[in-house]
Design a protein around this ligand. Sequence first.
Ligand code: ARG
Length: 458
Amino acid sequence: NLKKLWGGRFSETTDPLMEAFNESLSFDKAFYKADIIGSKAYVKGIEKVGILTSDEAKVLSDGLDKVLEEWETGKFEIKMGDEDIHTANERRLGELVGKVAGKLHTGRSRNDQTVTDFRIWMREKLKELSTILKELIEVILVRAETEIDVLLPGYTHLQRAQPIRFSHLLLSYGFLFQADYDRLQELYKRVNLCPLGSGALAGNPFKVDREYLASLLEFDGVVQNSITGVSDRDFVAEFLFWCSLVMTHISRLSEDFIIYSSAEFGFVTLSDAYSTGSSIMPQKKNPDSLELLRGKAGRVFGNMSGFMMTYKGTPSSYNKDLQEDKEPVFDSHTTIYSSLKIVAAVIATMKINSKNTHAALTDDLLATDLADYLVRKGLPFRDAHHVSGSAVNLCEAKNVQLSQLSLSDLQSLHPLFTDDVSNIWNFTQCVENRSSTGGTSKSSVLAQIDTLRAWLKK
Ligand code: ARG
């Protein structure tokens, strides 16, 4: 223990079980680069206030570059007692440059160091996620453009409701992902603040210029309170929630297409590239990609709720509990990264069986339009709804479709029905009627595409 960075006040050694329990290097080594970047900025920060001569600063900075190079070339050797990425890098720096390495941590604590690393790491990931989220929206747009003339039954309660354009359905997800993108940019603002210079909790005693550190590290500003600096993990909670919400969208979309790919629906056929077979039933082609997307939403939620349980119990400032902030984020990040790519690929490659979607359009889907027909003739909608409902009822009794009811059948239900009621039995006309903003008519759907594309190009 005497050899440990904090070993001075200890006389007994750590139980090996505790050693393993306590270490975080096995996962926080993901911060190796952020940690070096942060340390190099800190070298400049303490040079500026006279803790380091410029020669010493150069020795430390060059040494840190060497440590980084070792990581990047896979030559960094992890040694017994390397507790986390911070102690590992500092230990190695000492081996490379000697005693002067001991000056690096002046006024700094791993408490401000670890969260600085985390924020540097996360902002890079947020940029990357923003890009692939936009790629997904682009895939949705292209598909919405090509499938503009495909109609299918729209569902509420998973019961047949009204005809819609396939593109309209796809775009409904496109707009959710757009909001996810915006939320990510909001989060970025809160992530991109610099906690370095907060010290252990009370601030930096060497008058280090925190605004200078922040600008060297390309943060938008500093965290204004040192206690907040070391212990605020709201950005972690927000990220985990963001992942959960995106996975909710992906999961619901997956659920749609899993149902639509069943033989009973047959609306879509997944590409072989994103399906797998059965080891026993030769005929099977299972939508495993979509099922995994739906399933992985669960683990992402678990990461969020697990972290929240940890976070809520901590008293002010840094507590070791906060070391538990990283693994859920890494896991959710890996999951969301691959999920966004897979869902885009599934949408881009699936076959849409327009023959089946059109065959699934039956007259019941026009019952609302039958009521609207009477409304256009002056009947209040409540009455019209009732008449149309009676027509559906009559169909069930006669075992026919709505369009097969004779004019006299309809007139027995209401005198306002005339010959022109036959115009109702037209699915294209039905969708074209919904031409207000956001509706399912061709012009409304094309306008949605334009809106989203203009946003995408911004
Ligand atoms: N590995 C620690 C973490 O991830 C670094 C901070 C440890 N600080 C301390 N005083 N023990 O949170």
